[in-house]
Design a protein around this ligand. Structure first.
Ligand SMILES: [Zn+2]
Length: 170
């Protein structure tokens, strides 16, 4: 003897099953959309940081001007330059071996290193960079090394030519 379904119960069960299936589909759809949004946000964040970094870092500037106008920004930028030296320039020993301990006191040496940094950022960290920009940068490495040798060649680990010129302040 079987118990008959109460009236409408079977129809209700079919309805609930169909709704559960639809919810499952919606959940999958939402998961896909969420993943797509996550990727878009990540991409945007990358674009923004690349653009902000490139616009700020490749605009030519003169350190004394920046230090006078905005010391905090100058300090921030100097930290970026140091980070670039530690992470990128360190691989170019032709250049780094010319950087005597006193190089930061030589305005011309700072200008050469800064120009190398800005052109590197332009070649490797901007969306408009072309392959030739990187080639040019690589080809300029010996020139940068030569310029630094000319500026710092008379300085050593414990002595700086500026000490003689400026009368013993360094
Ligand atoms: Zn020196």
């Amino acid at each position: 003897m079987s118990i008959p379904d109460p009236p409408g119960l079977l129809a209700l069960r079919h309805y609930v099953d169909a709704e559960v299936r639809k919810l499952g589909d919606r959940q999958t759809d939402l998961d896909d959309r969420l993943r797509a949004y996550g990727q878009s946000v990540q991409q945007l964040a990358g674009d923004v940081s690349r653009l902000v970094g490139s616009v700020e870092a490749t605009t030519p500037f003169h350190w004394p001007d920046l230090e006078r106008a905005d010391p905090a920004r100058a300090a921030e930028r100097w930290a970026k330059l140091q980070s670039w030296i530690d992470n990128v320039l360190v691989d170019y020993q032709q250049i780094t071996r010319e950087l005597r301990p006193c190089w930061e006191s030589h305005g011309a040496a700072v200008a050469v290193v800064t120009a190398a940094w800005l052109t590197w950022v332009a070649a490797y960290r901007t969306t408009k960079a072309q392959a030739w920009d990187a080639v040019r940068w690589q080809r300029d490495v010996p020139t940068v090394a030569d310029e630094l040798r000319t500026i710092l060649g008379s300085c050593g680990r414990d002595r700086c030519i500026l000490t003689l010129i400026r009368g013993g302040t360094r």
